[in-house]
Design a protein around this ligand. Structure first.
Ligand SMILES: [Zn+2]
Length: 440
């Protein structure tokens, strides 16, 4: 299956593309409206709905012994630092991954009175020894030096060697700040100083590989923070990390970094389009489930086409992510929070609403004592990312939220994808003791 997926991806491979745009979405019929999602069965593992009360944050957190007492306002960290706007195209060319993304989000959070309710955090540069947990010395040296004068005359030429990358004089500092910022907020959440946190960082990280920047990403910020918690702060008691990547693109870099590591469960839901959607690699398929000790700890939910909406994502949550999170029982959740599956995004071609993001986030709050760290990844429609992140921030702050949707209609293909994922991961699911409930 893997060979087939890889061969399929190679056919469509478009390495060297200058942006993350995939093919145009194909049409797929929507199922007629149902009051309840259709149930399907596999030989060993029928689908599961989240346990009752899963979305009841206060009750779940109280039961789990959360640090935030019931009734107390959650302490939500918000990290914004204008220095991460220094990374920009060298000659001012238009580019979807630009500094206005951070500023638009910040303006919205200020205008809604949301930022002032959060704990203000400042960015810190990551130490190289922490970045070295996922990147090679050559990669770190390149990103450290790329903004120096010695690169002035070959910076653009160097950027062109990579896939969808630009550099300027501010890139080095921004990259070190982005990585260090996710470490900073993750550490505070893990230590219980904050209930949850949002790191508004750029450049994004989830495409960055061990030895090369890729897809607008220089360092893999979330992967670095995960390794920091596991390796550098054992005193914080973080032994199992769930990384949820809801960016519309596959988190190829993060997947590789934890592919054989059972301490990190990586879940990515993304457009795949049979291997033709960026990054156009076969390893974004559902067949790639991890290897060695990490076998089963890598979950890909690969959409077959665009236009996926709240209903499709909720189905993936209810039938795949939530049962797996229940079984895995993470100590903290790191969210690779790209918003390029949002309605109106110029690259993603999907249509999650701000309320849809809020609902997906609400469903995660019952795990890991509500310890969630959101790190910005993609998302290129300024209005969409600002509205979506604002809705998510309100969820973390504990505001009452009701999702009003009279019609939840996943694509027919969504059920097919979910079924494939369930079959591929059935062994993994059944290895957990809690999964007995799922598999029997
Ligand atoms: Zn993306």
């Amino acid at each position: 299956q893997r060979q087939h997926a890889q061969a399929q991806a190679r056919t469509h491979k478009t390495r060297g593309s200058t942006n993350l745009r995939g093919n145009q979405p194909v049409q797929s019929s929507r199922l007629p409206h149902r009051d309840a999602p259709p149930q399907f069965s596999t030989p060993l593992c029928p689908p599961v709905s989240p346990p009752p009360g899963r979305g009841d944050r206060r009750r779940r957190m109280a039961a789990a012994g959360a640090a935030t007492p019931v009734g107390a306002a959650p302490r939500v960290g918000l990290l914004y630092d204008d220095r991460m706007c220094a990374h920009a195209t060298p000659d001012g060319e238009k580019h979807p991954e630009n500094p206005e993304r951070l500023r638009a989000i910040r303006r919205k959070l200020d205008a809604e009175g949301v930022a002032s309710r959060c704990v203000d955090m400042k960015a810190k540069e990551a130490k190289e020894k922490y970045i070295a947990s996922v990147h090679t010395p050559n990669h770190i040296k390149l990103i450290r030096d790329i903004s120096s004068k010695e690169y002035d005359y070959r910076r653009n030429k160097t950027a062109r060697k990579f896939n969808s990358i630009y550099f300027n004089e501010g890139s080095s500092e921004s990259a070190f700040l982005a990585a260090g910022s996710v470490i900073e907020v993750a550490e505070k959440v893990a230590a219980g100083e904050l209930s949850s946190a949002i790191a508004l960082v750029r450049p994004p990280g989830h495409h960055a590989e061990h030895n090369e920047p890729m897809g607008f990403c220089l360092f893999n910020n979330v992967a670095i923070a995960a390794n920091y918690l596991l390796n550098e702060r054992p005193d914080l008691g973080i032994n199992k990390i769930l990384i949820v990547d809801w960016d519309v693109h596959h988190g190829n870099g993060t997947q590789k970094m934890f592919y054989s590591d059972p301490r990190v469960l990586f879940f990515s839901v993304h457009r795949f389009d049979y291997g033709s959607f960026y990054p156009c690699e076969g390893d974004a398929s559902h067949c790639f489930i991890g290897e060695g000790a990490g076998e089963g700890y890598n979950i890909n939910v690969p959409w077959e086409h665009g236009k996926c909406s709240d209903a499709d994502y909720v189905a993936a949550w209810d039938h795949v992510l939530l049962p797996i999170a229940e079984a895995f029982d993470p100590d903290i959740i790191l969210l690779s929070a790209g918003f390029d599956a949002a309605m109106g995004d110029p690259l993603g071609g999907c249509c999650i609403t701000p309320d849809g993001y809020a609902l997906l986030l609400t469903k995660l709050l019952g795990f890991a004592k509500g310890r969630i760290v959101m790190a910005l990844e993609g998302g290129y429609n300024l209005k969409s990312i600002a509205n979506s992140l604002c809705a998510c921030t309100k969820v973390l702050l504990g505001d009452n939220f009701t999702y009003n949707s009279p019609r939840m209609q996943p694509f027919e293909s969504t059920w097919r994808v979910i079924q494939m994922v369930m079959v591929c991961n059935v062994l993994f699911l059944c290895n957990f003791s809690l999964a007995i409930n799922i598999c029997n």
